[in-house]
Design a protein around this ligand. Structure first.
Ligand code: GDP
Ligand code: MG
Length: 370
């Protein structure tokens, strides 16, 4: 069952712990500051303080956000978020570069030139696809380990002249574990020794049955180098996205995930954020992992300053007080006070966890000497 510590509940509401205890007492519950109470009781307390209770699994900061609603009527279609995975040298980087160049909006003039960790291409018909620009299952699993499931679709690159290799198998395993559908890009079909049929047979051995063999896995034969069938690959991605029925509410406080973050000369801490729900605006106050900030500027994947970023948009965020980690969650909050409070709470939690791990270490050392 869902529970929350009294102290944590007080923190989330920005109320004093003693006041929360008093409120509990009024309701016939005797609890200390470190005691855990159930979600129903917590909801009652939150209401009594005049806040809007909102239960969210594992998210520290949403209680008290006003006007947050994900009712069906608010949901709009959002672009799919795609991660490219596959064995080394099978063409992940080449494919990401080639796809980047297919953007129909930017046309010939420049296009998407910024490398911010993700980019979005506009396809014919006005639809868009977001690609995470850091290929490889390491990034994927690191993100997942932090609880960030930001990928809707995995594009598995398999070189037609090489077939399924160890990292291909690993990528398949990771995608399956994350329950993310796989689209296969059979790459390098321009090579004389390309053997597409062999790749299809090998995929079969890993329970990826392509449509040609009677299954439902979409596989597209491409050449990243010669730019063959990139439109077909994009069509397959959009088809898969349609099946997944990807939706998000743009009219709520922004929530997303940090794709990468670094300190840059003259710009301070800069994070690339993938917005997953809501819309992020310049001026918004946010928490990113154990850091917080106020959005000073937003820069898109074309290097343009933008005023806002909606669902599935990758955007560079300036205005951080510190540098978060890739995979950290990103949530806008109402006030700077709250942002500081949540970030502070998380920093304390991190310190405590480190201290606990340290204590365990010394204990283990102690026992090993006995
Ligand atoms: P990654 O390690 O998966 O990112 O692979 P790269 O994109 O770095 O590509 C590895 C090598 O394969 C490079 O020399 C590319 O030029 C080459 N390559 C990638 N795609 C194709 C393709 O479609 N056809 C051919 N002939 N070569 C390709
Ligand atoms: Mg590469």
């Amino acid at each position: 069952p869902e529970t929350i510590a009294v102290q944590e509940l007080a923190n989330r509401m920005a109320e004093r712990g003693a006041d929360v205890i008093k409120c509990l007492m009024r309701n016939g519950i005797m609890a200390t500051i470190n005691q855990v109470i159930d979600a129903d009781t917590a909801e009652l307390v939150v209401s009594e303080f005049g806040h809007t209770p909102k239960r969210v699994a594992d998210s520290d900061v949403e209680i008290g956000l006003s006007g947050v609603s994900d009712a069906d009527s608010n949901l709009i279609q959002r672009p799919p978020v795609v991660t490219v995975m596959g064995h080394v040298d099978h063409g992940k980087t080449s494919l990401l570069d080639a796809l980047r160049a297919t953007d129909v909006v930017s046309g010939e003039a420049g296009g998407i030139t910024q490398h911010i960790g993700a980019y979005q291409v506009a396809v014919h018909g006005g639809q868009r696809i977001t690609f995470i620009d850091t290929p490889g299952h390491e990034a994927f699993t690191a993100m997942r380990a932090r609880g960030a499931n930001m990928t809707d679709i995995v594009v598995l690159v398999v070189a037609a002249d090489d077939g399924i290799m160890p990292q291909t198998v690993e990528a398949i395993r990771h995608a399956k574990a994350a329950k993310v559908p796989i689209i296969v890009a059979i790459n390098k079909i321009d090579k004389p020794d390309a053997n597409v049929e062999r790749v299809r047979q090998e995929l079969l051995q890993h329970e990826l049955v392509t449509e040609e063999l009677g299954g439902d896995v979409l596989a597209v034969e491409v050449s990243a180098k010669k730019r063959i069938n990139l439109d077909k690959l994009e069509e397959a991605i959009l088809l898969q996205a349609e099946i997944l029925d990807l939706k998000a509410n743009p009219d709520r406080a922004a929530q997303g995930v940090v794709i990468e973050a670094k300190i840059e000369r003259g710009r301070g801490s800069v994070a690339t954020v993938l917005v997953q729900k809501g819309t992020l605006h310049v001026g918004d106050v946010f928490v990113a992992g154990a850091e917080w900030g106020r959005v000073r500027a937003l820069i898109d994947d074309r290097g343009n300053k933008v005023e806002q970023a909606g669902p599935s948009a990758p955007v560079e965020v300036l205005g951080l007080a510190g540098t978060p980690s890739a995979g950290d969650d990103f949530v806008t909050v109402e006030t700077e006070v709250r942002a500081r409070e949540v970030a502070g709470y998380r920093q304390r939690k991190e310190r405590d966890a480190k201290a606990a791990a340290g204590a365990r270490g010394t204990l283990e050392e102690m026992f090993s000497k006995i």
